[in-house]
Structures are given as structure tokens and as C-alpha cells.
Ligand binder design. Structure first.
Ligand SMILES: NC(=O)c1ccc[n+]([C@@H]2O[C@H](COP(=O)([O-])OP(=O)(O)OC[C@H]3O[C@@H](n4cnc5c(N)ncnc54)[C@H](O)[C@@H]3O)[C@@H](O)[C@H]2O)c1
Length: 289
């Protein structure tokens, strides 16, 4: 499988396309933004003019799209993957998506002879650009084995967690934890500062102690303490993930009061923190009830 396509050439898809190119694959790209498609064209990624063109010409197609609604449009819409796929195509959906939609898409594509893997990613734009992401995979063993060289070209670690949809379930739970860590760590920082402890020293200390988490280890040192807020992951996308994670817990009647409160705070942050802002801005959110 030497030809790979990427649909959605934003913060994540762009890095994946370039990592595949570096690994020696013949890479095609398509984005709804002509500008994004064109720019990658200048870096050796063959620009396609439509979903039909890319789906009809590659062995493996990677999606990196904002939402499940857009994934469904790309798969089921006019000239979509379902109607234009090259015979034997395997689709890898790296979108952080709704598992219910994922299962529907996987089943429909199976009917059309298209293999489906959900392979959401962690590691941000930097991880995509340097092929150091972690992927959690849902799908059939044989499909995953068939695309292993492609998975290895874009990620450093892959964990196969179950059938189609299981990857997206796992990713939502991962991001729920990230969302909770950010909120509770921001409370810890405010509390420590209130009693005169320097926040840089606090984060350094916590990161060596049992209170460490993704916010103390990564978010604060990389994007918050230096006031950069340039992770390449937006509030809009993280609010989507928190909403989907909460819907998942609710659909299973899981008792999760902490997660529920975190979900409420992330949703409420929409009133004061814009969609395009960096997701780390949540640490500045104060809930004025
Ligand atoms: N940015 C991160 O750090 C990060 C990390 C892990 C996972 N994710 C997930 O990866 C996915 C992509 O995230 P991103 O940050 O790259 O988003 P992004 O907004 O930067 O990129 C999405 C791209 O999809 C394109 N697009 C939208 N509709 C389209 C359509 N119908 N056809 C073709 N292209 C279309 C957009 O033009 C855009 O270029 C999301 O589901 C996100 O939740 C992001």
C-alpha cells in the first residue's frame, strides 16, 4: 500500500501528510480550503480537487476533520467516499469523533467493501509533524495489520483497543481527563498563589509529586506559564470533546459527578472564551454563577 490520501489538512492533517511524504509514501491531499490544499501541493503532496478524486485514487485514506457531521458528509455526501472509493480502500479516521457516528460509518463502508479503522491521535500538531503521536485504534485486526507501515509513519505508538468505535470512545475518555486536569490544576494554582507560593515553583514541585498530571507535566510548562497559549488545539474542538465524553457517560448511566461538573464548566466557558482561542485558556475561566 504505497498511495495514501489525507482529507483535512489543518493543524493535524498537514503534519500527518508531510510525515507520510518523508517516509516515502506517495501522498495526496484534499481540504475544503483550496489554500490549504495548494500550500501542501508546494511541499510535494499531490493536490486533489474533490473527495471523489482522492478516494478514487489511493489505497489508504486518512481523515483529519473537525466533527463527525463533517466526516459523514465526506463519506456519504455527493461524490463521497462511499460512492467513489477505489476498490479495497481502507479508511483511517483520525478525527476525534462521536463513536455512535463512527460505528454507523464503519458498518456502511463495510457494505461498500471499504475497510474502516478509527485511529484518533494524541500529541498535537507537533506530534503530527514529527510522527511521534499516539494512536488508539478501533477496527479489525486484518485492516490494522494491512496499514501498519502507514500507522508507523505517522505515530510512535499504537494501541488497538477494540472494534470500530472503541478508538473514539478511548480518545473521548482521554480528553475528558485532560479537561478535568486543566480545571483542577488551575484551582490548585490559584489556591497556592493566594497563599504566596510562586506558580512556577508550584508546577515544578507538583510534577515531581503524586499530584502530577497532564496539566502539570505538559500544559503549564509548555503553553501556560510562558503565556504562549499556542498549542494548535482550539477551545471549539476541546468543548466538542468534553460534550461528546459527557454524552458517552450519560448514555451508559455511569455515575460521574466530577466529570459532569467539568463538562458544565467547559460548556459555560463559551460565554467568555472564543472558539478560536487556545484550549489552555480554560485555566483562566472563572465561573461566575
Ligand atoms: N489540534 C490538536 O492538537 C489535535 C490533537 C488531537 C486530535 N485533534 C483532532 O483532530 C481533528 C483535526 O483537528 P485540527 O486541529 O487539525 O483541526 P483544524 O480545524 O486545524 O483542521 C481541520 C481541517 O479540516 C478541513 N475541513 C473542514 N471541512 C472539510 C470538508 N468537508 N472537506 C475537507 N476538509 C474539510 C478544514 O478546512 C481544516 O483545514 C479534530 O477532530 C480534532 O479534535 C486535534
Amino acid at each position: 500500500m504505497k498511495t495514501v490520501g489525507v482529507i483535512g489538512l489543518g493543524n493535524m492533517g498537514r503534519g500527518m501528510a508531510l510525515s507520510l511524504k518523508r517516509a516515502g509514501f506517495d501522498v495526496s491531499g484534499f481540504d475544503a480550503s483550496q489554500d490549504a490544499t495548494q500550500k501542501l501541493g508546494e511541499e510535494g503532496v499531490r493536490p486533489c480537487a474533490s473527495v471523489a478524486e482522492i478516494a478514487g485514487s489511493v489505497d489508504v485514506l486518512i481523515l483529519s476533520l473537525p466533527t463527525s457531521a463533517i466526516v459523514e458528509q465526506v463519506v456519504f455526501g455527493d461524490g463521497g467516499v462511499a460512492s467513489s472509493a477505489k476498490s479495497g480502500l481502507i479508511l483511517i479516521d483520525t478525527t476525534t469523533a462521536d463513536p455512535n457516528s463512527t460505528r454507523k460509518v464503519a458498518a456502511a463502508l463495510k457494505e461498500c467493501g471499504v475497510g474502516f479503522i478509527d485511529g484518533p491521535v494524541s500529541g498535537g500538531p507537533k506530534g503530527a509533524a514529527t510522527a511521534t503521536m499516539t494512536m488508539v485504534l478501533g477496527g479489525a485486526d486484518e485492516d490494522i495489520a494491512a496499514v501498519q507501515p502507514i500507522l508507523s509513519a505517522i505515530s510512535a505508538k499504537q494501541v488497538h483497543v477494540g472494534p470500530a468505535g472503541a478508538g473514539h470512545v478511548t480518545k473521548l475518555i482521554n480528553n475528558l481527563l485532560t479537561g478535568v486536569h486543566l480545571l483542577v490544576t488551575s484551582e490548585a494554582v490559584r489556591a497556592a498563589e493566594a497563599v504566596g507560593v510562586d506558580k512556577n515553583r508550584l508546577i515544578e514541585a507538583l510534577s515531581g509529586g503524586s499530584g502530577k498530571n497532564s496539566a502539570t507535566l505538559t500544559n503549564y510548562p509548555t503553553w501556560i506559564l510562558n503565556d504562549k497559549f499556542d498549542s494548535g488545539f482550539t477551545m471549539k474542538l476541546m468543548r466538542k470533546d468534553m460534550r461528546l465524553a459527557l454524552e458517552l457517560l450519560q448514555s451508559q448511566n455511569v455515575s460521574a459527578p466530577v466529570a459532569k461538573e467539568a463538562g458544565r464548566l467547559w460548556a459555560k466557558s463559551e460565554e467568555t472564551i472564543g472558539d478560536a482561542e487556545d484550549f489552555n485558556r480554560i485555566v483562566q475561566f472563572i465561573d461566575k454563577q
